[in-house]
Design a protein around this ligand. Structure first.
Ligand code: HEM
Length: 196
């Protein structure tokens, strides 16, 4: 027979669910970040200025596309942080205290990087004096003014932060899959659309 604690845990786990807005923000941002990362990597790391006119044009096209996609996360992350402040996520499933601390730290890092990565991209592009398009619809003003001497450092900061984000996102996804397939708890399904 399940003890009171077990029953309480099961009841809590059984009701684990994020609300629809949290789920939409989570998966929309996840999709945009993955695509922005891929296009940023293609334009930033795989193509180089001055190799040929074709490659230069391709790089400008890719980085403009990258910025246009990625700047949307600046708006989404503000909405997401405000939404989260008023909508507490469901409690974590039962796990050792150290795992809970690690989980909270991982989530904090995700939020920090979801702010720091687009901000550093916005700042590096502004320092070089380039326009900042948003979803191909409008542009936003530069951050911090034109200052080309700063650009190489800001490009490097954006590079390291974007790789840190990739690592933390990969770890986050790996743990979600571990919860689902190995622990067989409701950590992943709480963030998926529910039939009922
Ligand atoms: C979710 C947000 C973002 C992600 C995940 C992301 C990711 C990346 C990645 C992976 C690279 C390639 C780094 C490399 O290997 O060289 C890159 C480059 C770049 N990103 Fe972003 N980025 C984001 C937001 C932004 C924003 C908002 C801007 C500007 C408004 C921006 C501007 C740039 C620029 C200009 C480069 C090329 C740097 C160079 O000259 O090599 N990024 N980004």
């Amino acid at each position: 027979m399940a003890s009171t604690t077990d029953t309480g845990t099961l009841a809590r786990q059984g009701s684990r669910n994020f609300n629809a807005t949290s789920k939409c923000l989570h998966w929309l941002m996840a999709a945009i970040i993955v695509v922005a990362w891929g296009v940023g990597y293609y334009g930033g790391a795989m193509l180089h200025y001055g190799v040929s006119d074709g490659e230069t044009a391709q790089k400008i096209w890719a980085i403009t596309l990258h910025k246009s996609i990625a700047t949307t996360t600046l708006f989404l992350i503000v909405g997401r942080i405000i939404w989260r402040a008023y909508n507490r996520p469901p409690e974590l499933t039962d796990m050792p205290a150290i795992m809970k601390t690690a989980t909270h730290l991982g989530h904090f890092l995700l939020y920090f990087l979801m702010v720091a990565v687009p901000l550093s991209g916005w700042w590096n592009s502004s320092s070089a004096g380039y326009a900042i398009p948003v979803a191909g619809l409008f542009t936003i003003p530069g951050l911090g003014g034109k200052n080309p001497e700063l650009t190489p450092y800001l490009v490097l900061a954006h590079f390291y932060l974007s790789w840190a984000l990739a690592l933390v996102v990969a770890g986050h996804a790996a743990f979600a899959l571990k919860h689902h397939f190995i622990d067989k708890d409701e950590t992943l399904t709480a963030m998926l659309p529910k039939k009922d």
